[in-house]
Design a protein around this ligand. Structure first.
Ligand code: 4NP
Length: 151
């Protein structure tokens, strides 16, 4: 199983999702891989936002070595599940899909915890207080991904 976490910048939400999922993969001894990417090219090569690094660290997860990259067409064949953080990311990723099979791989991550509600992980970039909330939302969603696909 190969999972790709996707947000706009690949510096706030999806690096946290990658770090949390990586931790859960290790805890559960799963042969899964996880990566993250942004729909934009704005932060290619950059480390995660310091506020994401801090909130991850507070929960015992080190995401500081991650570097931003932009999603590319090949990711839709390479990965089994592509989790969008919000509905705008979801629409942008679908534009890259070139088959119904690829379209089916693209999911909204919060539909794992609140199915069919199409909720978005709020963009915390402009809100210092939003990072802990984002962490909690992603932590629950990643746990559900494991439960729904493995246990
Ligand atoms: P992310 O957050 O999509 O969760 O990484 C953002 C990061 C950067 C910007 C917007 C959102 N930006 O406008 O540069």
């Amino acid at each position: 199983m190969k999972i790709l976490m996707v947000c706009l910048g690949n510096i706030c939400r999806s690096p946290l999702a990658e770090g949390i999922m990586q931790r859960k993969i290790e805890e559960n001894g799963l042969p899964w891989k996880v990566d993250s990417a942004g729909t934009s090219s704005w932060h290619i090569g950059e480390p995660p936002d310091r506020r994401s690094i801090e909130v991850a660290k507070k929960h015992g997860i080190d995401i500081a070595a991650q570097r931003g990259r932009q999603i590319r067409q090949e990711d839709l064949s390479e990965f089994d599940f592509i989790y969008a953080m919000d509905t705008s990311n979801f629409r942008d990723i679908l534009k890259l899909a070139n088959s119904p099979e690829q379209e089916e791989k693209v999911k909204l991550i919060l539909n794992e915890t609140t199915p069919n509600e199409d909720n978005s992980v709020p963009d915390p970039y402009w809100d210092d207080d939003g990072f802990e909330n984002v962490y909690q939302l992603l932590h629950r969603a990643c746990q559900k991904i494991i439960e729904n696909n493995f246990k």
